[in-house]
Design a protein around this ligand. Structure first.
Ligand code: AMP
Ligand code: MG
Length: 413
Protein backbone atom coordinates (compact mmCIF):
# COMPACT_ATOMS: atom_id res chain seq x y z
CA UNK A 1 0.00 0.00 0.00
CA UNK A 2 2.57 2.57 -1.04
CA UNK A 3 1.98 5.78 -2.91
CA UNK A 4 -1.35 6.17 -4.65
CA UNK A 5 -2.12 8.52 -7.51
CA UNK A 6 -5.72 8.92 -6.53
CA UNK A 7 -6.73 12.21 -4.98
CA UNK A 8 -8.76 12.00 -1.86
CA UNK A 9 -11.28 14.47 -0.53
CA UNK A 10 -10.65 15.99 2.89
CA UNK A 11 -13.59 14.02 4.30
CA UNK A 12 -12.34 10.73 2.86
CA UNK A 13 -8.86 11.24 4.27
CA UNK A 14 -10.25 12.22 7.66
CA UNK A 15 -12.36 9.03 7.67
CA UNK A 16 -9.27 6.94 6.85
CA UNK A 17 -7.35 8.62 9.64
CA UNK A 18 -10.06 8.20 12.26
CA UNK A 19 -10.60 4.54 11.26
CA UNK A 20 -6.91 4.04 11.98
CA UNK A 21 -7.08 5.50 15.48
CA UNK A 22 -7.85 3.05 18.29
CA UNK A 23 -8.10 3.80 21.99
CA UNK A 24 -5.69 3.97 24.91
CA UNK A 25 -6.24 1.94 28.08
CA UNK A 26 -7.49 3.97 31.06
CA UNK A 27 -4.98 4.89 33.75
CA UNK A 28 -5.23 6.06 37.34
CA UNK A 29 -4.20 9.67 38.02
CA UNK A 30 -4.20 11.97 41.01
CA UNK A 31 -7.20 14.20 41.25
CA UNK A 32 -5.76 17.44 39.84
CA UNK A 33 -4.21 15.58 36.91
CA UNK A 34 -7.68 14.44 35.87
CA UNK A 35 -8.72 17.94 34.88
CA UNK A 36 -9.86 18.15 31.27
CA UNK A 37 -9.93 14.37 30.87
CA UNK A 38 -12.82 11.92 30.68
CA UNK A 39 -13.62 9.75 33.65
CA UNK A 40 -13.13 6.04 32.90
CA UNK A 41 -15.01 4.60 35.88
CA UNK A 42 -18.44 4.91 37.46
CA UNK A 43 -17.94 6.71 40.75
CA UNK A 44 -20.40 6.05 43.59
CA UNK A 45 -20.68 7.84 46.91
CA UNK A 46 -19.01 5.71 49.62
CA UNK A 47 -20.65 7.97 52.20
CA UNK A 48 -23.51 10.47 52.06
CA UNK A 49 -23.16 14.21 51.44
CA UNK A 50 -23.60 15.98 53.75
CA UNK A 51 -22.29 13.16 55.86
CA UNK A 52 -24.11 14.39 59.02
CA UNK A 53 -26.99 16.77 59.79
CA UNK A 54 -25.45 20.23 60.18
CA UNK A 55 -26.29 23.87 60.46
CA UNK A 56 -26.65 26.12 57.39
CA UNK A 57 -26.14 29.25 59.49
CA UNK A 58 -24.36 30.73 62.46
CA UNK A 59 -27.12 30.84 65.09
CA UNK A 60 -28.77 28.84 67.84
CA UNK A 61 -29.85 25.20 67.70
CA UNK A 62 -33.29 24.87 69.26
CA UNK A 63 -36.28 22.57 69.46
CA UNK A 64 -38.89 24.13 67.20
CA UNK A 65 -41.66 23.26 69.62
CA UNK A 66 -40.08 25.37 72.39
CA UNK A 67 -40.42 28.48 70.19
CA UNK A 68 -44.03 27.87 69.15
CA UNK A 69 -45.49 30.81 71.11
CA UNK A 70 -42.69 33.34 70.52
CA UNK A 71 -43.62 36.81 69.25
CA UNK A 72 -41.81 40.08 68.83
CA UNK A 73 -43.51 41.50 71.94
CA UNK A 74 -43.26 38.34 73.96
CA UNK A 75 -40.11 36.48 72.92
CA UNK A 76 -39.23 33.02 74.20
CA UNK A 77 -36.04 33.07 76.24
CA UNK A 78 -33.93 29.90 76.18
CA UNK A 79 -30.89 29.06 78.27
CA UNK A 80 -27.73 28.63 76.12
CA UNK A 81 -25.95 25.51 77.37
CA UNK A 82 -22.89 25.54 75.12
CA UNK A 83 -21.26 26.08 71.73
CA UNK A 84 -20.96 23.70 68.76
CA UNK A 85 -18.22 24.60 66.27
CA UNK A 86 -17.55 23.11 62.82
CA UNK A 87 -15.30 20.10 63.28
CA UNK A 88 -16.86 19.10 66.62
CA UNK A 89 -16.04 15.43 66.86
CA UNK A 90 -18.65 14.39 69.38
CA UNK A 91 -22.31 15.01 68.98
CA UNK A 92 -23.65 17.41 71.59
CA UNK A 93 -26.98 16.74 73.28
CA UNK A 94 -29.53 19.25 74.39
CA UNK A 95 -32.62 18.92 76.61
CA UNK A 96 -36.04 20.57 76.27
CA UNK A 97 -36.19 24.32 76.86
CA UNK A 98 -32.49 24.71 76.12
CA UNK A 99 -30.43 25.91 73.16
CA UNK A 100 -26.85 25.84 71.91
CA UNK A 101 -24.88 28.40 69.96
CA UNK A 102 -23.95 26.73 66.66
CA UNK A 103 -21.67 27.64 63.76
CA UNK A 104 -22.21 27.01 60.03
CA UNK A 105 -21.37 23.40 59.19
CA UNK A 106 -21.34 22.24 62.83
CA UNK A 107 -23.25 19.05 63.71
CA UNK A 108 -26.80 19.56 64.97
CA UNK A 109 -27.01 18.55 68.67
CA UNK A 110 -29.16 15.55 69.56
CA UNK A 111 -32.50 16.93 70.64
CA UNK A 112 -32.42 20.02 68.40
CA UNK A 113 -34.43 20.10 65.18
CA UNK A 114 -33.92 23.65 63.90
CA UNK A 115 -31.50 26.58 63.84
CA UNK A 116 -32.44 30.22 64.16
CA UNK A 117 -29.86 32.49 62.63
CA UNK A 118 -27.88 34.85 64.82
CA UNK A 119 -29.26 38.00 63.20
CA UNK A 120 -32.83 37.02 64.14
CA UNK A 121 -32.00 36.90 67.89
CA UNK A 122 -30.51 39.15 70.54
CA UNK A 123 -27.26 37.15 70.20
CA UNK A 124 -27.28 36.38 73.93
CA UNK A 125 -24.49 34.34 75.48
CA UNK A 126 -26.07 32.88 78.65
CA UNK A 127 -29.63 33.07 77.35
CA UNK A 128 -31.06 33.93 73.98
CA UNK A 129 -34.23 35.76 73.12
CA UNK A 130 -36.21 34.22 70.23
CA UNK A 131 -38.76 36.67 68.75
CA UNK A 132 -40.72 34.26 66.46
CA UNK A 133 -41.53 30.57 66.07
CA UNK A 134 -38.70 28.58 64.43
CA UNK A 135 -39.89 25.93 61.94
CA UNK A 136 -38.85 22.31 62.29
CA UNK A 137 -35.94 21.78 59.91
CA UNK A 138 -35.19 25.50 59.51
CA UNK A 139 -31.54 26.06 58.50
CA UNK A 140 -30.76 22.34 58.71
CA UNK A 141 -28.66 20.59 56.07
CA UNK A 142 -29.78 17.00 56.16
CA UNK A 143 -27.43 14.03 55.93
CA UNK A 144 -27.56 12.64 52.38
CA UNK A 145 -29.70 15.43 50.91
CA UNK A 146 -26.97 16.17 48.35
CA UNK A 147 -26.12 12.56 47.55
CA UNK A 148 -27.07 9.38 49.40
CA UNK A 149 -24.55 6.72 50.44
CA UNK A 150 -24.14 4.22 47.58
CA UNK A 151 -25.77 6.47 44.98
CA UNK A 152 -24.10 6.99 41.58
CA UNK A 153 -22.12 10.24 41.63
CA UNK A 154 -20.39 10.66 38.25
CA UNK A 155 -20.50 8.18 35.38
CA UNK A 156 -17.72 6.95 33.10
CA UNK A 157 -17.38 9.26 30.12
CA UNK A 158 -18.05 12.47 32.04
CA UNK A 159 -15.69 15.34 31.35
CA UNK A 160 -13.82 16.40 34.48
CA UNK A 161 -13.81 20.12 35.16
CA UNK A 162 -13.65 22.06 38.40
CA UNK A 163 -17.26 21.18 39.32
CA UNK A 164 -16.68 17.44 38.88
CA UNK A 165 -13.34 17.66 40.71
CA UNK A 166 -15.22 19.22 43.61
CA UNK A 167 -17.59 16.26 43.88
CA UNK A 168 -14.80 13.69 43.52
CA UNK A 169 -12.83 15.48 46.24
CA UNK A 170 -15.90 15.81 48.49
CA UNK A 171 -16.34 12.04 48.17
CA UNK A 172 -12.77 11.58 49.36
CA UNK A 173 -11.30 10.38 46.07
CA UNK A 174 -7.58 11.13 45.74
CA UNK A 175 -7.17 9.19 42.49
CA UNK A 176 -9.50 8.41 39.61
CA UNK A 177 -9.43 6.31 36.44
CA UNK A 178 -9.35 8.46 33.31
CA UNK A 179 -8.78 8.24 29.59
CA UNK A 180 -5.15 9.43 29.51
CA UNK A 181 -3.67 12.22 27.47
CA UNK A 182 -2.19 10.67 24.32
CA UNK A 183 1.60 10.87 24.28
CA UNK A 184 2.40 12.70 21.08
CA UNK A 185 5.96 12.87 19.75
CA UNK A 186 6.81 15.58 17.22
CA UNK A 187 9.80 15.46 14.94
CA UNK A 188 10.88 17.88 12.19
CA UNK A 189 12.70 16.66 9.12
CA UNK A 190 14.92 18.71 6.83
CA UNK A 191 18.66 19.07 6.36
CA UNK A 192 18.22 22.85 6.21
CA UNK A 193 16.78 23.03 9.73
CA UNK A 194 18.54 24.37 12.82
CA UNK A 195 17.16 24.68 16.32
CA UNK A 196 16.01 27.88 18.03
CA UNK A 197 18.63 29.92 19.83
CA UNK A 198 20.76 30.26 16.71
CA UNK A 199 20.91 32.69 13.80
CA UNK A 200 20.57 30.87 10.49
CA UNK A 201 23.53 30.90 8.11
CA UNK A 202 22.84 31.07 4.39
CA UNK A 203 20.45 28.29 3.39
CA UNK A 204 19.49 27.41 6.94
CA UNK A 205 15.97 27.64 8.35
CA UNK A 206 15.03 27.70 12.03
CA UNK A 207 12.71 24.84 12.89
CA UNK A 208 9.37 26.38 13.82
CA UNK A 209 7.14 23.43 12.93
CA UNK A 210 8.04 21.20 15.82
CA UNK A 211 7.31 23.97 18.31
CA UNK A 212 4.07 24.89 16.55
CA UNK A 213 2.85 21.30 16.24
CA UNK A 214 3.86 20.36 19.79
CA UNK A 215 1.93 23.41 21.03
CA UNK A 216 -1.07 22.54 18.86
CA UNK A 217 -1.02 18.94 20.12
CA UNK A 218 -0.86 20.13 23.70
CA UNK A 219 -3.70 22.52 23.02
CA UNK A 220 -5.72 19.60 21.63
CA UNK A 221 -5.24 17.78 24.94
CA UNK A 222 -2.17 15.66 24.23
CA UNK A 223 0.90 15.19 26.33
CA UNK A 224 3.19 16.50 23.59
CA UNK A 225 6.96 16.36 23.28
CA UNK A 226 9.25 17.46 20.46
CA UNK A 227 12.32 15.43 19.82
CA UNK A 228 13.89 17.95 17.50
CA UNK A 229 15.30 17.82 14.04
CA UNK A 230 16.25 14.89 11.82
CA UNK A 231 18.26 15.46 8.62
CA UNK A 232 16.98 14.21 5.27
CA UNK A 233 18.58 10.84 5.75
CA UNK A 234 16.78 7.54 5.41
CA UNK A 235 18.55 5.64 8.19
CA UNK A 236 18.58 8.55 10.66
CA UNK A 237 14.87 9.08 10.19
CA UNK A 238 14.00 5.41 10.75
CA UNK A 239 16.29 5.28 13.81
CA UNK A 240 14.74 8.40 15.31
CA UNK A 241 11.22 7.07 14.81
CA UNK A 242 12.08 3.63 16.12
CA UNK A 243 13.60 5.05 19.29
CA UNK A 244 10.26 6.71 20.10
CA UNK A 245 7.92 3.83 19.35
CA UNK A 246 7.52 2.69 22.94
CA UNK A 247 7.00 6.23 24.21
CA UNK A 248 4.38 7.36 21.74
CA UNK A 249 0.68 6.97 21.21
CA UNK A 250 0.98 9.17 18.12
CA UNK A 251 3.99 10.19 16.03
CA UNK A 252 4.01 13.34 13.95
CA UNK A 253 6.67 14.30 11.42
CA UNK A 254 6.79 17.45 9.33
CA UNK A 255 8.51 17.91 5.98
CA UNK A 256 9.74 15.51 3.36
CA UNK A 257 6.43 14.38 1.91
CA UNK A 258 6.34 16.24 -1.41
CA UNK A 259 7.71 15.27 -4.80
CA UNK A 260 11.29 16.48 -4.22
CA UNK A 261 14.35 14.32 -4.59
CA UNK A 262 15.16 14.53 -0.88
CA UNK A 263 11.69 13.92 0.43
CA UNK A 264 12.99 11.29 2.74
CA UNK A 265 9.95 10.75 4.93
CA UNK A 266 7.93 9.65 1.95
CA UNK A 267 10.73 7.48 0.54
CA UNK A 268 11.65 5.77 3.78
CA UNK A 269 8.17 5.16 5.14
CA UNK A 270 6.62 4.14 1.81
CA UNK A 271 9.02 1.20 1.84
CA UNK A 272 7.61 -0.05 5.12
CA UNK A 273 4.26 -0.55 3.42
CA UNK A 274 2.24 0.52 6.44
CA UNK A 275 2.21 4.26 5.80
CA UNK A 276 0.27 5.61 2.87
CA UNK A 277 1.13 8.85 1.06
CA UNK A 278 -1.84 10.54 -0.50
CA UNK A 279 -2.80 13.70 -2.27
CA UNK A 280 -5.73 15.33 -0.56
CA UNK A 281 -7.92 17.82 -2.43
CA UNK A 282 -7.15 20.69 -0.09
CA UNK A 283 -5.06 23.82 -0.09
CA UNK A 284 -2.75 24.10 1.74
CA UNK A 285 -1.91 20.56 2.81
CA UNK A 286 -2.10 18.53 -0.39
CA UNK A 287 0.55 15.90 0.42
CA UNK A 288 -0.41 13.81 3.47
CA UNK A 289 1.07 10.67 4.93
CA UNK A 290 -0.76 8.52 7.44
CA UNK A 291 -0.37 4.97 8.67
CA UNK A 292 1.14 2.91 11.45
CA UNK A 293 4.61 1.83 12.42
CA UNK A 294 5.91 -0.54 15.07
CA UNK A 295 3.13 -2.10 17.09
CA UNK A 296 0.45 -0.06 15.31
CA UNK A 297 1.50 3.38 16.52
CA UNK A 298 -0.32 5.90 14.30
CA UNK A 299 1.99 8.24 12.41
CA UNK A 300 1.08 11.47 10.65
CA UNK A 301 3.53 12.80 8.07
CA UNK A 302 2.61 16.43 7.55
CA UNK A 303 3.96 18.73 4.86
CA UNK A 304 6.86 21.02 5.81
CA UNK A 305 5.57 24.44 4.93
CA UNK A 306 4.48 25.86 8.28
CA UNK A 307 1.01 26.95 7.20
CA UNK A 308 0.37 23.59 5.47
CA UNK A 309 1.60 21.83 8.54
CA UNK A 310 -0.72 23.64 10.94
CA UNK A 311 -3.75 23.37 8.66
CA UNK A 312 -3.07 19.63 8.25
CA UNK A 313 -2.81 19.29 12.01
CA UNK A 314 -6.10 21.11 12.54
CA UNK A 315 -7.96 19.11 9.91
CA UNK A 316 -6.62 15.60 10.58
CA UNK A 317 -4.51 15.32 13.72
CA UNK A 318 -6.59 17.30 16.18
CA UNK A 319 -9.69 15.13 15.63
CA UNK A 320 -7.49 12.02 16.04
CA UNK A 321 -6.11 13.27 19.37
CA UNK A 322 -9.63 14.04 20.54
CA UNK A 323 -10.76 10.56 19.56
CA UNK A 324 -7.92 9.11 21.65
CA UNK A 325 -9.04 11.28 24.57
CA UNK A 326 -12.46 9.67 24.23
CA UNK A 327 -14.19 12.94 23.36
CA UNK A 328 -17.52 12.69 21.60
CA UNK A 329 -17.12 15.85 19.59
CA UNK A 330 -13.97 15.64 17.51
CA UNK A 331 -14.29 18.83 15.51
CA UNK A 332 -13.86 22.41 16.54
CA UNK A 333 -17.08 24.36 16.39
CA UNK A 334 -17.52 26.77 13.49
CA UNK A 335 -19.19 30.13 13.18
CA UNK A 336 -20.69 31.90 10.15
CA UNK A 337 -19.01 35.21 9.34
CA UNK A 338 -19.34 37.84 6.64
CA UNK A 339 -16.25 37.92 4.40
CA UNK A 340 -14.82 41.45 4.24
CA UNK A 341 -12.92 40.80 1.00
CA UNK A 342 -13.36 38.83 -2.20
CA UNK A 343 -11.00 36.02 -3.03
CA UNK A 344 -10.82 33.40 -5.76
CA UNK A 345 -10.61 29.69 -4.94
CA UNK A 346 -9.82 26.66 -7.08
CA UNK A 347 -12.76 24.37 -7.87
CA UNK A 348 -12.46 20.86 -6.52
CA UNK A 349 -10.17 21.86 -3.66
CA UNK A 350 -11.20 22.74 -0.12
CA UNK A 351 -9.30 25.83 0.78
CA UNK A 352 -8.38 26.81 4.34
CA UNK A 353 -7.44 30.48 4.47
CA UNK A 354 -6.01 32.18 7.51
CA UNK A 355 -8.28 34.90 8.77
CA UNK A 356 -8.86 37.48 11.42
CA UNK A 357 -12.28 37.07 12.95
CA UNK A 358 -13.99 40.19 14.26
CA UNK A 359 -17.01 40.42 16.50
CA UNK A 360 -19.31 43.14 15.21
CA UNK A 361 -21.16 45.50 17.53
CA UNK A 362 -24.36 43.96 16.13
CA UNK A 363 -23.29 40.60 17.60
CA UNK A 364 -22.45 38.88 14.31
CA UNK A 365 -18.99 38.02 13.00
CA UNK A 366 -16.96 39.27 10.08
CA UNK A 367 -13.67 37.95 8.78
CA UNK A 368 -10.77 39.33 6.78
CA UNK A 369 -8.09 37.25 5.09
CA UNK A 370 -4.41 37.41 6.00
CA UNK A 371 -1.44 35.95 4.23
CA UNK A 372 -2.89 35.02 0.85
CA UNK A 373 -2.51 31.46 -0.30
CA UNK A 374 1.25 31.30 0.45
CA UNK A 375 2.03 28.42 2.81
CA UNK A 376 5.37 29.76 3.95
CA UNK A 377 4.09 32.99 5.50
CA UNK A 378 4.63 32.63 9.22
CA UNK A 379 4.24 36.30 10.15
CA UNK A 380 0.72 36.42 8.75
CA UNK A 381 -0.03 33.04 10.31
CA UNK A 382 0.80 34.63 13.65
CA UNK A 383 -1.71 37.43 12.98
CA UNK A 384 -4.54 35.01 12.27
CA UNK A 385 -7.01 33.71 14.81
CA UNK A 386 -9.12 31.47 12.60
CA UNK A 387 -9.29 29.38 9.45
CA UNK A 388 -11.81 30.27 6.77
CA UNK A 389 -13.19 27.23 4.98
CA UNK A 390 -13.86 27.66 1.27
CA UNK A 391 -15.74 24.60 0.05
CA UNK A 392 -14.73 22.55 -2.98
CA UNK A 393 -17.49 23.86 -5.25
CA UNK A 394 -16.83 27.54 -4.55
CA UNK A 395 -14.72 29.36 -7.14
CA UNK A 396 -15.03 32.80 -5.65
CA UNK A 397 -15.86 34.21 -2.26
CA UNK A 398 -17.39 37.64 -2.65
CA UNK A 399 -17.12 40.42 -0.10
CA UNK A 400 -20.32 40.46 1.94
CA UNK A 401 -20.90 36.72 1.50
CA UNK A 402 -21.22 34.41 4.52
CA UNK A 403 -18.37 31.96 5.00
CA UNK A 404 -17.69 29.17 7.48
CA UNK A 405 -14.97 30.02 9.97
CA UNK A 406 -13.11 27.80 12.43
CA UNK A 407 -11.99 29.98 15.33
CA UNK A 408 -8.66 28.72 16.67
CA UNK A 409 -9.56 29.22 20.30
CA UNK A 410 -6.98 28.26 22.86
CA UNK A 411 -7.94 25.54 25.26
CA UNK A 412 -6.04 27.19 28.14
CA UNK A 413 -5.17 23.89 29.73
P1 AMP B 1 9.35 20.08 2.67
O1 AMP B 1 7.93 19.69 2.91
O2 AMP B 1 10.32 19.30 3.48
O3 AMP B 1 9.67 20.06 1.22
O4 AMP B 1 9.47 21.58 3.15
C1 AMP B 1 8.73 22.59 2.54
C2 AMP B 1 9.19 23.97 3.01
O5 AMP B 1 8.93 24.07 4.41
C3 AMP B 1 10.66 24.24 2.85
O6 AMP B 1 10.82 25.60 2.50
C4 AMP B 1 11.22 23.97 4.21
O7 AMP B 1 12.41 24.65 4.47
C5 AMP B 1 10.13 24.42 5.10
N1 AMP B 1 10.16 23.68 6.34
C6 AMP B 1 10.23 22.34 6.46
N2 AMP B 1 10.28 21.95 7.75
C7 AMP B 1 10.22 23.09 8.48
C8 AMP B 1 10.26 23.35 9.87
N3 AMP B 1 10.34 22.35 10.75
N4 AMP B 1 10.19 24.62 10.29
C9 AMP B 1 10.12 25.63 9.38
N5 AMP B 1 10.08 25.44 8.07
C10 AMP B 1 10.17 24.18 7.60
MG1 MG C 1 12.29 19.04 3.52
Amino acid sequence: MAETDRRRSVDEHLRTVLDGIGSIDPIQVTLLDSQGLLLAEDVRADFPLPSFDNSAMDGYAVRAIDTRDATENSPVVLQVVGDVAAGASTRAGMGPGLSMRIMTGAPIPVGADAVIKLEDTDRGLARVSIPRPVHTGENLRRQGEDIAAGAPAIGAGAAIGPQQLALLAALGRDRVMVRPRPRVIVLSTGSELIDVGQTPAFGEVVDSNSYMIAAAAKDAGADARRIGIVADDHAKLLDALESQLLRADVLITTGGVSMGAYDVVKEALSELGTVEFTEVAMQPGKPQGFGHIGDRVPIFCLPGNPVSSLVSFEVFVRPAIRKLLGKRSLQRSTVAAVALESTPSRRGVRQFRRGVLHREASGGYSVSFVGGPGSHLIASLAMSNCLVVVEEDVTEVQAGQKVTVIPLLLANR
